[in-house]
Design a protein around this ligand. Sequence first.
Ligand code: DAH
Length: 340
Amino acid sequence: MREQLLELKEKAEADLERCVDLEALNEFRVSVLGKKGELTKLLKNMGRLSAEERPVIGQLANEIRDQLETRISRFSETLRDQGIQRQIAGETLDVTLPGTDVRTGGRHLLYQVQEEIEDVFIGMGYSVYEGFEIETDYYNFEVMNLPKDHPARDMQDSFYITPEVLLRTHTSPAQNRAMEAMCPNIPVKIIVPGRVYRRDDDATHSPMFHQVEGLLIDEHVRFSDLKGTLLEFARQMFGPEQRIRLRPSYFPFTEPSAEVDISCVMCHGRGCRTCGGTGWLEILGAGMVHPRVLEMGGYDPGKVTGFAFGLGVDRVTMLKYGLDDLRLLFENDVRFLKQF
Ligand code: DAH
């Protein structure tokens, strides 16, 4: 039996090396050392041995089992390494394959337009001033000549945080903040871009939207300066053929006040659906700064005058790009956004 065991060992050691992959090696292991394997089969004959021989043969069988286990596990590592080497050697780098698409983000259309507006005014000597999105009742209304009981407050229903603190309904409060910061220096020549909030929500109104406020305070600022400035803006934004139209209006913080239209960007003034057949599109409110607003900002209305305007960025964007629903700008559907 001793010979049989040694023979099995020798044969197994030779067979082992002939296994070509891990699967074959595993099959081999089962066939020799498994429950129904050759070694187990051999040991079934132990019963025939004498009492002295049995432990000796038993020990030899255990040693052979251990040795074979060790050889098998070592050889399985060799096979694994060879497999990896083969894989690496077989791999080729095809530099002509198309690369993986790296998707880059971009600026939102609204902020592209806002920047374009800023550039036009920066070109005319204006500085960009930032106001606060959370404002006090005092700056949002009071200093804009809209005292607590003023009916014009109704047009700008807001989101209140406390009775005295709210999300600003327009960028106009920055007019007073800038005046306080700069007084008594002249000129004050600023634009204030930013988000504003109102309790509105439909195809043409969003509870959050964007304005650019403008303010010029200096000696001898006249209404004609306002008109010239806005005409220049309209031409740079919408093309050199643009015309503008000023209609008398009312804002508590300007006197006189005007609503400003540009000639329709779709039909160039002939009349179409976009302009409701009038040939004109309203884009902003403007006027000469009310003497009381100047005073509340620290300036002497006897010495300086000023004009101001408030422009709807969302509306300008819709007109410039022919969008028919304001909500497209806020849904943030990438299929829409990536077109710009
Ligand atoms: N604040 C006004 C609004 O949101 C817009 C506006 C009109 C601003 C006239 C002005 C202005 O500075 O002079 O409806």
